[in-house]
Design a protein around this ligand. Structure first.
Ligand SMILES: Nc1ncnc2c1ncn2[C@@H]1O[C@H](COP(=O)(O)OP(=O)(O)OP(=O)(O)O)[C@@H](O)[C@H]1O
Ligand SMILES: [Mg+2]
Length: 261
C-alpha cells in the first residue's frame, strides 16, 4: 500500500501553542486556532496504567504514521469521520479539538486480555460476532467496565451518543478487520476514543495504533503489538518497525517525510 500522507489545505499557517496535556503516549498542544490541537506522539511506552515504563526509539513515529493511515482509511472505507486534519511531521498530527467523551469503546473479535480475566473465557476463542464494550475513561479508577445505564446516569454520554459509538465502532471494525486480514494479521481487539465536535457531531479521535490494539500474526499467533512490552516477549521497537513495513510495504528506514507546515 503506498505511503500517503494525511494533509488538507486547512493547516496553512497553523503554529504550535502551549502544552495543554501530557499523557502517557502523547502530548497535546494548543495552536493559534481555537478549533485545532497539535498532538505529538512520544517514544514512551507504558503498561498496566503507567506502572511499567520504557522509552522505545521510533515508537512515536510508527504510531503516528499508522494512526494517520488508519484514521483516514476509516473515513474512506467505513464512512466514520475522524479528528485528523494533517500530519505535520512524522510525529505530529494536527487535529480538530474535540471534547473527548469519557467512554472508551473496546471492540473484540477474539477473546483476550481483560475479557478472559473477567469472565473466565479461554484466550483465543473466536467470538461469534464483534463484542463492543464501554469503559469509563478514568486513570484513577483504572478505566472500569461500565454499561449504558452507568454512562447515562452519571452524564458521561447521552443515549444517542452511545448509539452512535456502538454503530460507528461496528463500521470501523468491519473495515479494520479487513485491512489487517489482507496483511495476514488477526485484529483481536482494540480501543477507540470519540469526541464531540461543535456540540452535535461526533468524531473518531485520539489514535488507532498497536499501543491500543491486539494484533496477532495469522498462523503463528505472534503478538505484533504492545503485548510484546507488557509480557516481555521481544523487542518492542523491532516489532513496531516490522509492523510499519508490513503496513506500508517498505522498511521504516525508507519512510517518506511528513508534510511541512
Ligand atoms: N482531537 C482531540 N482533541 C482533544 N483531546 C484529544 C483529541 N484526541 C485525543 N485527545 C486526548 O489527548 C490525550 C492524549 O494523550 P495520551 O493518549 O498520551 O493520554 P493517556 O496517557 O493515554 O491518558 P488518557 O487516559 O487521558 O488517554 C488523551 O487524553 C486523549 O483523550
Ligand atoms: Mg491514550
Amino acid at each position: 500500500m503506498p505511503e500517503l500522507h494525511y494533509t488538507t489545505p486547512d493547516h496553512a499557517g497553523v503554529t504550535q501553542g502551549p502544552l495543554l496535556h501530557e499523557g502517557k503516549a502523547k502530548k497535546v498542544f494548543a495552536t493559534n486556532r481555537d478549533d485545532l490541537v497539535w498532538i505529538h506522539f512520544k517514544d514512551d511506552a507504558t503498561a498496566f496504567n503507567g506502572v511499567k515504563r520504557a522509552n522505545i526509539g521510533d515508537k512515536g513515529a510508527v504510531n503516528a504514521r499508522i494512526s494517520a493511515h488508519l484514521l483516514r482509511h476509516m473515513e474512506t472505507a467505513a464512512g466514520v469521520p475522524s479528528h485528523m486534519v494533517a500530519e505535520l511531521s512524522e510525529r505530529d498530527h494536527l487535529c480538530k479539538k474535540v471534547d473527548i467523551i469519557p467512554v472508551e469503546v473496546v471492540v473484540r473479535n477474539v477473546a483476550a486480555g481483560s475479557l478472559c480475566r473477567r469472565l473466565g473465557i479461554e484466550q483465543g476463542r473466536v467470538l461469534p460476532r464483534p463484542l463492543v464494550e464501554f469503559f469509563y475513561k478514568s486513570d484513577e479508577l483504572n478505566d472500569p467496565l461500565i454499561n449504558d445505564e452507568n454512562a447515562l446516569m452519571f452524564g458521561w454520554a447521552e443515549a444517542w451518543e452511545l448509539a452512535y459509538l456502538r454503530a460507528a465502532a461496528l463500521k470501523v471494525n468491519e473495515a479494520l478487520v479487513a485491512f489487517w486480514d489482507e496483511l495476514d494479521v488477526t485484529l483481536v481487539d482494540y480501543k477507540l476514543e470519540f469526541g464531540r465536535w461543535h456540540g452535535n457531531q461526533i468524531l473518531l479521535a485520539d489514535e488507532i495504533t498497536p499501543d491500543g490494539s491486539r494484533l496477532w500474526e495469522k498462523g503463528t499467533q505472534k503478538s505484533l503489538d504492545k503485548d510484546v512490552f507488557r509480557k516481555d516477549i521481544g523487542d518492542l521497537g523491532d516489532t513496531y518497525r516490522a509492523l510499519f513495513a508490513r503496513v506500508f510495504g517498505h522498511d521504516f528506514a525508507e519512510r517518506a517525510g511528513g508534510a511541512a507546515v
